[in-house]
Design a protein around this ligand. Sequence first.
Ligand code: PGA
Length: 244
Amino acid sequence: MRGKLVVGNWKMNGGLAANAALLGEIAAGWTNTPGRELAVCVPYPYLMQAQAALSSTSVSWGAQDVSEHPSGAFTGEVSAGMLAEFGCRYAIVGHSERRQYFGDSDGVVAAKAKAALGKGIIPIVCVGETLGERDAETTETVVLRQLGAVLERLGEDVRRIVVAYEPVWAIGTGLTATPEQAQAVHATLRSSVARSGAPEVPLLYGGSVKADNAQALFAMADIDGGLIGGASLKSTEFLAIARA
Ligand code: PGA
């Protein structure tokens, strides 16, 4: 049976003092439960802080991006090898904010996923359609194109990834896909990973997940947990989602 996974995406938020409190509260409030995993993806400068705060707990940590390159003249980039040195279990790749503001293409996202796996880091591959694409009824085409680039690049290693479906129109807007809308896309994604020989890949939902809607979303057949933005910055809310 597939386990459940909830991952916090802090985005560009935090500060040493606030992080110390948040990480401490999350660690204290989470009980290690078989088949359930909790993780936070923090800004790069705070990886060492997350590692120090969480390494003796059952909460994992990771980064929000990774370079597709192993090393060299790539000013501002951070390699998978560097993330591995700070104990990262996960790296988010292809978040819609990266695709939208930093031009990460499907090909770049696939290369980043490959680079992460090469250093033993699990890529959380984000896919999702804009409101325009949903209205034009191209949701399936879009998410299958985004995922397809990664499946093609990784081959057998697809078994080792996590996929997060995040409709762009639901991120940080307070609009959430209904459990049925999310499940419909997840079923499509499930068929796709199954065709690649990896039916057990965890499929997370993200986009305005809150304590009060998490349970209904996570109850759907192909939703294995969530990627949580805003609500991951408050320990009580984040823990309530994790317990859902
Ligand atoms: P949100 O963000 O929960 O604030 O909508 C989710 C995400 O972007 O990962």
